[in-house]
Design a protein around this ligand. Structure first.
Ligand code: C2E
Ligand code: CA
Ligand code: CA
Ligand code: CA
Length: 271
């Protein structure tokens, strides 16, 4: 019985070792990736729920690893946060997004901001500086933050949110409804928009409760003067239900997958 208990521990330790050396390798590769142009951004359209017109686009990071191929940002971002490389990556993302925003002219680009970056003291200043270096009006950049940003360092986070909004940069609360305290953040912070997490949209066709819940979130957002975006809309049926529930914007595979800049430009030009 004793050795039975030990076995999972050894397996666990082995696993830990592998994970550790994997992370070490990835960290080195990531440093090279930044230097050698292996990163790129895709843009996913956000469209008006009623009009279907392109309203903005979200920048999503892609890494093509020379050996492993495409590495998902869901893997890459946590690794980079752990190593501190996230600062360099987020800077790169911001620059590239601003280049795209300048080229598009009037389609705002939304950028995901990691908590590490957001609570950096000079963050708001840096954003404002980069915008003016590109000669861009502030409304062409949107920042998406998750609860993770706000959980710790609440004072610093709230200062940054206020400073950015005063400068005219709009801020969205991302993945709304998935965290533990989404509601309390609406009390402490003022956001410009809410992005309802994909899980609510996925559940939509599983009965009445989900639709009522979604409606309540949309109404809540509106009553706090926010625009509401539904994420992960994959079907025509989901899109029309969401529109009926009063949601302002939709984003998802139904209206467009994350795409290269040129494809978004073509979408902007119209059919
Ligand atoms: P997110 O900010 O919630 O981004 C939305 C994710 O949902 C994206 O995954 C997008 O490709 C995916 N998605 C969009 N529409 C649909 C749909 O209809 N169905 C399904 N199943 N998925 C859909 P992606 O690109 O893999 O990014 C994952 C996460 O990685 C993002 O979640 C964001 O948290 C993070 N991330 C991505 N790019 C960046 C970046 O440049 N900086 C930082 N800090 N984080 C990033
Ligand atoms: Ca996002
Ligand atoms: Ca999201
Ligand atoms: Ca997410």
């Amino acid at each position: 019985a004793k050795s039975d208990k030990r076995q999972p521990i050894q397996a666990f330790e082995l696993h830990m070792d592998e994970a550790l050396s994997f992370r070490r390798t990835m960290r080195k590769d990531l440093a090279v990736a930044i230097a050698e142009d292996q990163l790129h951004l895709l843009l996913q359209p956000v469209v008006g729920a009623r009009t279907g017109e392109l309203a903005s686009a979200e920048a999503l990071l892609r890494w093509t690893h020379p050996v492993l191929g495409a590495v998902s940002p869901a893997k890459l971002i946590p690794l980079a946060e752990e190593s501190g490389q996230i600062i360099a990556i987020d800077d790169w993302v911001l620059e590239q997004a601003l280049v795209y925003a300048a080229a598009l002219g009037d389609v705002p680009i939304a950028v995901n901001i990691s908590p590490v970056q957001f609570r950096h003291p000079g963050f708001a200043r840096k954003i404002v500086d980069r915008l003016s270096a590109h000669g861009l009006p502030p409304h062409l950049l949107k920042l998406e933050i998750t609860e993770g940003v706000l959980v710790t360092h609440t004072r610093a986070a709230s200062r940054a949110v206020n400073e950015l909004r005063e400068a005219g940069i709009r801020i969205a609360l991302d993945d709304f409804g998935t965290g533990f305290s989404s509601l309390s953040y609406l009390k402490d912070f003022q956001f410009d928009s809410l992005k309802i997490d994909r899980s609510f949209v996925t559940d939509l066709e599983n009965g009445r409760q989900s639709a009522e819940l979604l409606r309540a979130i949309i109404d809540l957002g509106h009553s706090l003067n926010m625009t509401v975006i539904a994420e992960g809309v994959e079907t025509a049926r989901q899109a029309s239900l969401i529109q009926l529930l009063g949601c302002d914007f939709i984003q998802g595979y139904f209206t467009g997958r994350p795409m290269p800049f040129e494809a978004l430009e073509a979408m902007k030009a119209g059919p």
